[in-house]
Design a protein around this ligand. Structure first.
Ligand code: PHE
Length: 344
C-alpha cells in the first residue's frame, strides 16, 4: 500500500471521529447547517479526499473509494436523522397553538323563507287582536275536510282530480278549514283562532298554482258578531300588511261552510288599483275567502246556531307574499334557489 493511500485511509477514520463528535453538540438547525457545510459541503475534507482518489494506484482505488463512500453515507444518514429530530420537536411545540394571523371564517347568516316571514306577519296582526294559534294534521279524513264543513257528498271539490286521496277515507287536506271543525269539537265558545298550514290540491303547476301551498285560516265565534266585524278586521289587516291606503272589497261568492260568503280582494299595490299586468288589468287581487259560519257547521260540531255567531276566513300565504314582495311566479318559493332566497 502506498503512503498516499495509507494517509487517505487514516484521514477518513479521523474525519469520521471528528464529524461524530461535532454532531453530538449540534443544538439547532443553524448549527446543523454549519455542520453539513463543514463535513459534507463542496469544500469539505471529504470532497478533497474524493478528488484525490484519482491519483492513487489503480489497485488501491477500490478499497479507498469504498472507505470514502461509507463515510459519506454515514454522514448523510446522520444529517438526515438530526434534521428529522428537529422537525419533530418543532411540530410537538406547535401543537395546540393558534395562529392568530389566519383570517377568520365568517359564518353565513341565514334568513327566514318569505313564506315564513309572511306567516309571521299575519300571525303578529291576529295575535295582537287576541287570536290564538291552532294546528291540525295535513292528512285529514273526509269528515273534517268536507263532511262537517257542509260539503254535499257529490260536491266537485271532493273529486279525485281536485283532491289528493290516500285511500277512500283519507286525503291530503285541501284547505285549513278542517281545523275549524277540530277546534270547535274540542273547545267551547267564545273562541278566536288562526290556523297556519300546508294544503294540497291536484293542480297543474304554473306561475300561480302549485300542488302544495299555504293558508292561514281564521275563526271567531262569539255573541253579536257581524259581517261588519269580519270586513273591518280584514280591511285593517290589508292596511297592516300592504301599507296604509290599501283598499279591500268583498266579492259575493259561495262556500258551503259560510253564509253569506265572499272572496276578498285588495287593491293592487303595483298600479294603485288602476290596472296593470300583475292584477290582470283589474286593479284588484284576490287574497282570501271569507264569510259567516254556516249554521249547519255549528250543528255538526254541537254548537247551538241560535246562541252563537261566527266568522271565518282563509287566506293564501303565497298570494300575499307574492304581492308583498313582487314575486311573479309561485314556483320560486319551492325551488330552493339560493339567489332568490337570499333577498329576504
Ligand atoms: N277554505 C276556503 C278555501 O280554501 C277559504 C275559506 C275559509 C272561505 C274560511 C271561507 C271561510 O278556498
Amino acid at each position: 500500500m502506498t503512503d498516499e493511500t495509507r494517509k487517505l485511509l487514516a484521514e477518513t477514520t479521523a474525519l469520521k471521529k471528528a464529524a461524530g463528535e461535532a454532531a453530538a453538540s449540534v443544538a439547532d438547525e443553524k448549527e446543523l447547517e454549519r455542520w453539513r457545510v463543514k463535513f459534507l459541503g463542496r469544500k469539505s475534507a471529504l470532497s478533497r479526499l474524493s478528488k484525490s482518489l484519482s491519483s492513487l494506484p489503480e489497485a488501491e482505488k477500490p478499497a479507498a473509494g469504498r472507505a470514502l463512500n461509507e463515510l459519506r453515507a454515514e454522514l448523510e444518514g446522520r444529517y438526515g436523522r438530526i434534521q428529522r429530530q428537529f422537525a419533530e420537536k418543532k411540530a410537538e411545540a406547535g401543537k395546540g397553538r393558534i395562529d392568530y394571523t389566519l383570517p377568520g371564517i365568517t359564518p353565513a347568516i341565514g334568513s327566514l323563507h318569505p313564506i315564513t316571514k309572511t306567516y309571521y306577519e299575519i300571525a303578529a296582526f291576529f295575535t295582537a287582536l287576541g287570536f290564538s294559534i291552532a294546528d291540525g294534521p295535513e292528512v285529514e279524513d273526509e269528515f273534517h275536510n268536507f263532511g262537517a264543513l257542509n260539503f254535499p257528498p257529490d260536491h266537485p271539490s271532493r273529486d279525485a282530480q281536485d283532491t289528493l286521496y290516500i285511500n277512500d277515507e283519507w286525503l291530503l287536506r285541501t284547505h285549513t278549514s278542517p281545523v275549524q271543525v277540530r277546534v270547535m269539537l274540542s273547545q267551547e265558545p267564545p273562541l278566536r283562532v288562526i290556523v297556519p298550514g300546508r294544503c294540497y290540491r291536484a293542480d297543474a303547476v304554473d306561475a300561480s298554482h302549485y300542488p302544495v301551498f299555504h293558508q292561514v285560516e281564521g275563526l271567531l265565534v262569539d255573541d253579536n258578531v257581524s259581517l261588519g266585524d269580519l270586513k273591518g278586521t280584514l280591511a285593517a289587516f290589508a292596511e297592516y300588511v300592504f301599507g296604509p291606503g290599501t283598499k279591500m272589497r268583498f266579492r259575493p261568492h259561495f262556500f258551503p261552510f259560510t253564509e253569506p260568503s265572499a272572496e276578498v280582494d285588495v287593491s293592487c299595490a303595483v298600479c294603485d288599483g288602476v290596472g296593470c299586468p300583475t292584477c290582470g288589468g283589474k286593479g284588484w287581487l284576490e287574497i282570501a275567502g271569507a264569510g259567516m259560519v254556516h249554521p249547519s257547521v255549528f250543528r255538526n260540531v254541537g254548537y247551538d246556531p241560535e246562541r252563537w255567531v261566527g266568522y271565518a276566513f282563509g287566506m293564501g300565504v303565497e298570494r300575499i307574499a307574492m304581492l308583498k314582495y313582487g314575486v311573479n311566479d309561485i314556483r320560486l318559493f319551492y325551488e330552493n334557489d339560493f339567489a332568490f332566497l337570499q333577498q329576504f
